[in-house]
Design a protein around this ligand. Structure first.
Ligand code: ZN
Ligand code: ZN
Length: 265
């Protein structure tokens, strides 16, 4: 019934608990999950999850926060993207939240890494899983520059774990992207995000846990896992004045539409 469109089951705290997590998913009717890759070093582990479980799929990408890791070139991403059960490029994007001593100008390496991922998405025809934090204008500008012009079809994808404003949501939708809501939607201090969630048309919404982080209320502060995604669906349903079943069905259909033929294979 539910799909978790973004989780990190390869992270040790979740991988160690996989059998229990899979039982909990079954109990909560979370049928499927997309396992997200954050480094090339991690890819084989993430891919194994998707190969070993027929209701898991995976992505290939290097998270913008990861430094001192193998820097991908387009060919690295394309080679892995061509393998079975790899259905998206990412997570990728920009994150200016922890600049430390650095300025935005110093983050050109992050922008270049994001460009590489956008090119790989265009060349493979796969959607992009976009992470953006404190960097929405640059994220949107790069998606426009690299994603819309040049060879291949325009890039598609999702803004995952959405925490941005209504204006960013509108611009993301204009670019043809979906918006994915996480457990943050249930946090007491997220009133502005809940406002945004009332306005995003359901046919462009996905739901996710981003586990092991960001467990939704009433589990806030604990280790998150995909079996909690119905709590995100319930909050989105409440905000949009719909039933949980409607939100579950729409977000599952949206997931299939975005991640496309390789999911339905
Ligand atoms: Zn992220
Ligand atoms: Zn993530």
């Amino acid at each position: 019934m539910f799909v978790d469109s973004h989780c990190h089951l390869s992270f040790p705290e979740l991988r160690a608990e996989l059998p229990a997590i899979r039982s909990a998913m079954q109990r909560e009717r979370v049928d499927r999950a997309l396992c997200i890759c954050t480094t090339l070093e991690e890819f084989e582990t993430v891919h194994a999850l998707a190969r070993e479980h027929d209701n898991f799929w995976c992505t290939v990408g290097v998270h913008p926060d990861n430094e001192d890791v193998q820097e991908p070139i387009v060919a690295d991403l394309l080679e892995r993207a061509a393998r079975p059960r790899v259905v998206a490029i990412g997570e990728t994007g920009l994150d200016y939240y922890r600049l430390g001593e650095r300025s935005v100008a110093d983050m050109e390496w992050q922008r270049e890494r994001f460009r590489v991922h956008i090119r790989a998405a265009r060349q493979s025809g796969l959607p992009l899983v976009v992470h953006t934090r404190a960097s929405a204008d640059d994220t949107l500008a790069l998606l426009r520059e690299e994603g819309l012009e040049g060879e291949g079809a325009p890039v598609r994808g999702v803004f995952h774990c959405f925490t941005e404003t209504r204006s960013v949501a509108r611009r993301a939708l204009e670019l043809g992207f979906m918006i994915s809501f996480s457990g943050i939607l249930t946090f007491r201090n997220a009133a502005e995000l809940r406002e945004v969630a009332t306005e995003v048309p359901l046919e462009h919404c996905l739901i996710e846990t981003d586990s092991p982080y960001l467990a939704p209320a009433p589990h806030r502060g604990k280790t998150n896992n995909p079996s909690y995604v119905p709590l995100v669906a319930a909050e989105l349903a409440r905000l949009q004045g719909r039933s949980v079943e409607e939100v579950a069905a729409a977000t599952s259909t949206n997931f299939d539409r975005l991640f496309g033929p390789k999911i339905l294979e």
